[in-house]
Design a protein around this ligand. Structure first.
Ligand SMILES: Nc1ncnc2c1ncn2[C@@H]1O[C@H](COP(=O)(O)OP(=O)(O)O)[C@@H](O)[C@H]1O
Ligand SMILES: [Mg+2]
Length: 375
């Protein structure tokens, strides 16, 4: 394991914020991880990305201040701008101050990209870290990109033999050149349908419609986040999630006990953004899910298959529907799931015998253990 020569601790770049609509969620995740990071073993180097894409050195003090009493915090970058050393990971970060002076900052032994959504969780930042020759936590370029794209994710799942629900894809080109054809394809699906941006998260831009009269508005709101859309038939069943954690070397990944998300009351018809982060009382997270043993085993098995189908690394949360007629249908995989002590990923591992602090430590050790480059 490489360590920072000055103090024997391993320097961990904590990358948070970002330009996606899940900027605030990333700050919440970063605070959660920092809260359990073993500071005697690891020295965190905070790097925040503003909503407009500039990278700045930050601190635990700054992050704490931004989050104080704010439900959806924003990182605005008060510290010097940061660039990664390209090609030689033993070099320090390059820091640029407002007066245009430069300084060399700490070097990073490993990076924890706690970013959700496009330009963070989708392989772009992972590609940058690969080019910089830096080790990093979680999925590589391909798995991150496929795991962000609800269209290609389904293709990967189908080819691995996992059941996905009926869907159709509408690209920007389809919409520009053959709108009538796209609408015809959509209307072959049974109502209700879910209209989704292909590459978003936290339920942003998703509308459930029960009437074709609402289709146009649903398409427009999804297209605000992504020119490519996925429209899916609504699946009637329970929402079951399962956490996957990678093994070291060539060990197989492990799956946690499955957990369930149950909506309470009728305020929210599905697990939308408000239900996830604002009105959290509108849903209950339960782990383990109350399911027959054979169904739990099958879901754990499918979660590992889904992780492997994407060439996953590090961690993933695999989300399923357990249908009213007893089928397990995969919805999606998140390669950097919301990751706080109270979020489902942490909860499912706690229930399966791995506490949140141990989980963070294991993810960092997995990343340090992984050779940079093709693997
Ligand atoms: N095909 C579907 N059938 C039933 N519910 C769905 C379907 N697709 C999405 N949902 C509901 O919408 C929520 C968000 O959709 P999801 O595809 O998981 O997007 P995100 O990546 O934003 O989490 C799900 O947790 C579920 O409650
Ligand atoms: Mg989801």
């Amino acid at each position: 394991m490489t360590t920072n020569a000055d103090n024997g601790r391993t320097t961990v770049g904590i990358l948070f914020g970002g330009v996606s609509s899940e900027h605030s969620i990333s700050l919440i995740t970063a605070k959660g991880v920092l809260g359990v990071l073993d500071h005697e073993k690891y020295e965190p180097v905070l790097i925040g990305i503003t909503p407009w894409g500039t990278w700045h050195l930050s601190s635990e003090e700054e992050l704490g201040r931004l989050m104080d009493g704010v439900a959806l915090p924003r990182f605005t970058g008060e510290g010097p701008q940061v660039s990664l050393p390209m090609g030689d990971p033993s070099e320090g970060l390059s820091l640029k101050y407002d007066d245009a002076s430069f300084e060399t900052g700490p070097h990073l032994d490993v990076v924890f990209p706690l970013l959700h959504g496009p330009f963070g969780e989708d392989g772009t930042v992972q590609g940058l870290l690969e080019l910089a020759g830096l080790r990093y936590v979680g999925a590589g370029v391909t798995a991150s990109a496929v795991g962000m794209d609800k269209h290609f994710m389904k293709i990967a799942f189908e080819s691995a033999g996992l059941e996905v629900g009926p869907y159709t894809v509408v690209t920007a080109r389809d919409w520009a050149n053959d709108r009538a054809g796209a609408i015809e394809r959509i209307k072959k699906l049974q109502l209700p349908v879910f209209v989704k941006p292909a590459r978003a998260g936290s339920s942003m831009g998703i509308t459930r419609i029960e009437d074709w009269a609402d289709l146009d508005e649903a398409i427009q709101s999804a297209q605000k986040l992504d020119p490519k859309l996925v429209v899916e038939e609504g699946i009637s069943g329970r929402e079951i999630e399962c956490a996957v954690l990678d093994g070291f070397g060539h060990e197989m990944p492990q799956a946690s006990h499955p957990g369930e998300i149950e909506m309470v009351g009728d305020e929210h018809v599905f697990y939308d953004f408000e239900a996830k982060y604002v009105e959290t009382a509108s849903s209950e997270l339960r782990c383990p899910a109350d399911l027959p043993q054979d169904v739990q085993d099958s879901i754990r098995d499918k979660a590992v298959q889904a992780f492997l189908a994407l060439d996953g690394e590090g961690l993933s949360r695999c989300d399923f529907f357990y249908t009213d007629d007893g089928r397990v249908v995969i919805n999606e995989v998140n390669t950097m799931p919301g990751f706080t002590p109270i979020s489902m990923y942490g909860m499912m591992w706690a229930e399966s015998g791995i506490g949140y602090g141990e989980l963070v430590d294991r993810l960092i050790r997995l990343a340090l253990d992984r050779e940079p480059g093709l693997r």
